[in-house]
Design a protein around this ligand. Structure first.
Ligand code: ZN
Length: 444
């Protein structure tokens, strides 16, 4: 059972009665009905890549881990309706491939796409690098199939684009973190497949310049803008130090970087626009330096710098994580203010901010001081959280932009969410899961 009892950040490790691996949605329903009758807690689990402990059983040993990994079929692809229905255990990469095989594009993209699964992506309302153009998982599903604690299957599956018949149950289950039902399948939206792509990497002075650049690129690229990611030099340094085969694509070091991706449908269109926009941005003084990938390999190498940030930080030692959102226009103020307060309270800590600037979402991770003891540093998790989340609150932000709440942020949620909204969430939970068997201790 061991692989099912821990999680990638090593913050949670639990015990379980057993791990169950059903093969069909009907079996999932039958398991839930049995557990409901027996009062056994059920911990649904997809690819076990979640970052907030929402897929990990507690230490009691009384829970059933319900792995969805064998529900791994592509049920139907309807290219003409731009929709496909897949089961919860299909990996994100398999879903992307199935779309491509039908000459379509499924835009969700994250660092863990080889192992994370569609069910988990839905349960946590995953975001990733293309939210700026396509939205998060909540925007990418047309319907879901969900097993309820009483054993029944609820289905909103289907390729309907319009269905204005009452409560939006699809969106209710997406982001519910396994606390209302177990998602067994979903109908996902597909998009036309881009035929040209341009990836640029720009050296910047500071986050304020990144904000100006973002608005400049948005205004010129319009719907071609597919990603606008930023990272500090502290992050790039860690990647270059720890990830083999990476190199700095620019001649001089810069304090900040942006990775910009454009996609278009005519051959060469994105490349032409990318070259023009980068040159214009340099002319306008909105970047210190820039390079545009000249091949797919170069584009992949630039993306690797961005996608390796978490792994590089892990290899550097302990880090205290934040997944925050503020209005896009407040990102520079957030980064400056969080950095200032952190430096005052705990000078040797090393902020490594990076993330999805275009969505106002920064992973404001703080690496341990050089040579410090990892456990001693991680013991300051709550203290450093309080400093960073204090700035988030002042700027009208969110303590979880795309990772969810899980066990990690449950108490924080209760401190920050509108109490009336929390009451409504509890009422929904009580109606759908009256015995509280689904993922107890997570979210609520
Ligand atoms: Zn992210």
């Amino acid at each position: 059972m061991s692989p099912y009892l821990g999680e990638p950040r090593d913050l949670y490790h639990g015990r379980a009665l057993c791990v169950l691996k059903p093969r069909t949605a009907r079996e999932v329903g039958d398991i839930l009905a049995l557990c409901n009758a027996a009062g056994a807690p059920v911990i649904p689990q997809g690819g076990n890549t979640g970052l907030v402990g929402g897929q990990t059983p507690d230490a009691s040993g009384a829970s059933v881990v319900l792995s969805l990994e064998r529900l791994n079929r592509i049920r139907a692809v309807d290219a003409a309706a731009d929709a496909m229905t897949v089961e919860a255990g299909v990996t994100l990469a398999q879903a992307q491939d199935a779309a491509q095989a039908a000459d379509r594009f499924f835009p969700l993209s994250l660092a863990s796409e080889g192992s994370c699964t569609i069910g988990g992506n839905l349960a946590t309302n995953a975001g990733g690098v293309h939210v700026i153009a396509f939205g998060s998982m909540r925007d990418l599903a047309l319907g879901v199939e969900v097993a309820l604690p009483d054993g029944r299957l609820l289905s909103t599956l289907g390729a309907l684009r319009k269905d204005n018949t009452g409560y939006d149950l699809t969106r209710l289950f997406i982001g519910s973190e396994g606390t209302l039902g177990v998602i067994t399948a979903a109908t996902l939206k597909l998009f036309p497949r881009p035929r040209s792509r341009a990836v640029g990497f720009l050296g910047l002075r500071d986050p304020a310049q990144a904000l100006k650049l973002l608005n400049f690129v948005k205004g010129r690229a319009g719907p071609m803008l597919n990603a606008f990611e930023v990272a500090s030099r502290s992050g790039l340094d860690l990647v270059l130090r720890h990830i083999p085969g990476t190199r700095d694509p620019l001649a001089q070091p810069h304090e900040w970087y942006a990775l910009v991706e454009l996609a278009a449908f005519a051959d060469g269109e994105a490349e032409r626009a990318g070259a023009e926009i980068l040159a214009a941005a340099l002319d306008a003084g909105l970047a210190q330096d820039a390079t545009l990938a000249q091949s797919l390999d170069q584009a992949a190498a630039l993306w690797k710098l961005r996608e390796s940030l978490s792994e590089a930080q892990k290899r550097e030692g302990g880090s205290i994580k934040h997944d925050i959102a503020v209005p896009v226009s407040e990102i520079p103020r957030f980064i400056d203010e969080a950095g200032r307060r952190l430096a005052a309270a705990f000078p040797p800590a090393r902020p490594v901010p990076f993330g999805h600037m275009g969505d106002g979402n920064i992973h404001y991770n703080v690496s341990q001081p050089v040579g410090a003891d990892k456990a001693q540093f991680l013991a300051r998790w709550a203290e450093i959280n309080a400093i960073v989340h204090g700035v988030v609150r002042e700027l009208g932000g969110s303590i979880s932009a795309e990772h969810g709440i899980g066990r990690l942020k449950r108490d924080l949620l209760h401190e920050t969410k509108d109490p009336v909204a929390l009451d409504a969430m509890r009422a929904i939970k009580a109606a759908l899961d009256p015995n509280g068997i689904l993922n107890p201790g997570v979210l609520l």
